[in-house]
Design a protein. Structure first.
Lengths: 147, 126
């Protein structure tokens, strides 16, 4: 019987080498974005003067609407997920049982948020904002959580 | 130099034979037409006229001085690429939204429109 390695050497060897390499080392990067970018509105909007109508014309429809202690709250939000993972190992689990395997994974979700609170008359009474996307991935995920 | 040619060729073949890519598209669809908003007038249009024009809302929220009717649909696109030992994925989700505010007499007072779903895109995560 003729060995398939002699007939299709350029197919068989790549599959074997590829299978071994892919099992040994792998690196992945995943990014997920939900929503549109949130503009910086602190220069345009003024507490006590900006109206609900102006806010809706400038920013469009909010992502969330709620009533909070007699005031109407509009929230504009974008989430940014970044996931990366690095794994090293020997893919011999099927024939040898457990073998060494090292892996490291990280996932960071950051938020860009603008919260606008309006009186029942439709006058802006409070602004809150967060620009989570300006925090760098590695530095943020490796840092200790600040209380 | 010639002796490196075959291993290099094998490595290149490995790279292509062990690679793959995939695309996905998800749609959370509601058939409202934002251009129909021109038929509605703040201060005049009622809840009945709005629902007749835009259909049933996705959500209703009670507010301090009335209600908000929320119309929302989304489009998301995903891309995955596997290149031997590295893999990349990107997921992009955007929304079309209309929020219509009503006073306590169920008269439309304001509305906000965001038509952003078409901005969902395939691509790499960089």
């Amino acid at each position: 019987m003729v060995s398939p390695f002699k007939i299709f050497p350029f197919v068989m060897y790549p599959f074997i080498v590829g299978s071994l390499i892919t099992g040994c080392v792998s690196y992945r990067v995943i990014k997920a974005v939900e929503g549109r970018s949130v503009p910086n509105i602190f220069t345009e909007f003024q507490v006590g003067t900006t109206t609900l109508q102006e806010a809706l014309q400038t920013l469009g429809a909010p992502d969330q609407v709620a009533e909070l202690e007699g005031k109407d709250v509009l929230i504009y939000q974008r989430s940014l997920l970044f996931n990366s993972g690095l794994a090293f190992g020997i893919p011999l689990t099927d024939i040898w049982g457990p073998s060494f395997d090292f892996s490291a994974y990280g996932e960071l979700v950051r938020y860009d948020l603008v919260l606008l609170s309006f009186t029942p008359d439709g006058i802006l009474s409070e602004i809150a904002s967060e620009k989570g996307s300006c925090y760098p991935y590695l530095k943020t995920i490796l840092s200790e959580m600040q209380q | 130099m010639k002796r490196f040619r075959e291993p290099l060729f094998v490595l290149l073949l490995v790279f292509f034979l062990q690679s793959c890519a995939g695309w996905a598209k998800n749609m959370d669809y509601h058939p409202f037409d934002a251009s129909e908003l021109d038929r509605l007038t703040p201060g005049k249009s009622t809840v009945a006229q709005v629902t007749e024009t835009l259909g049933a809302p996705s959500n209703i929220v009670r507010l301090s001085n009335g209600n908000a009717y929320i119309y929302r649909r989304s489009l998301s696109k995903g891309t995955g690429i596997w290149l031997l030992i590295v893999s990349f994925g990107k997921y992009d989700k955007h929304y079309d939204q209309i929020v219509i505010f009503f006073d306590k007499k169920n008269i439309m007072t304001h509305y906000g429109v965001t038509l952003d779903a078409h901005k969902a895109a395939y691509g790499l995560p960089f």
